[in-house]
Design a protein around this ligand. Structure first.
Ligand SMILES: [Zn+2]
Length: 141
């Protein structure tokens, strides 16, 4: 700093101002460090939400209500975390997949269910047309 004032009063004022500013900057640094530490701490400590949830019935004896993805906004109050296999099994065993988060779709079950339905429909159509043909054939014979 070459352009400092030469006189003592102004140098003292400048010193006071700089000291004050330095204190403020250091306080801000401490605060930022604390926030960063809390953030790190939070990331490490926060338990990871389960990937899949089973929404259970009102009591022990009632059947499970729905299967959800872990982050579903529509999950009920009574849920417990389940594994991917458990979620898949629950849905294939008839537990309703939630309409909001579509765990069946996420698990790839939706496609296979639709494929099964389509296959069943196609089989029916084939069966019906064959029966018709046979009936016509019988009528002609
Ligand atoms: Zn859901």
């Amino acid at each position: 700093m070459t352009d400092l004032p030469p006189d003592l009063p102004r140098l003292r004022t400048l010193e006071t101002w700089l000291a004050y500013t330095l204190d403020e900057v250091r306080a801000a640094i401490r605060q930022a460090e604390r926030r960063e530490a809390e953030r790190q701490h939070g990331i490490q400590d926060r338990p990871r939400p389960p990937d899949w949830l089973l929404e259970t019935g009102l009591n022990r004896n009632s059947p499970p209500v729905q299967v959800h993805q872990g982050d579903c906004w529509n999950r009920g109050k009574r849920t417990r975390g389940i594994s991917l296999d458990e979620a898949r099994r629950a849905i294939t065993e008839g537990v309703k997949p939630c309409d909001a988060c579509r765990p069946d779709s996420a698990l790839g079950l939706l496609d296979s269910q639709e494929a099964l339905r389509d296959a069943a429909r196609a089989r029916w159509v084939r069966l019906l047309t064959r029966t018709q043909h046979t009936a016509e054939g019988d009528a002609q014979a």
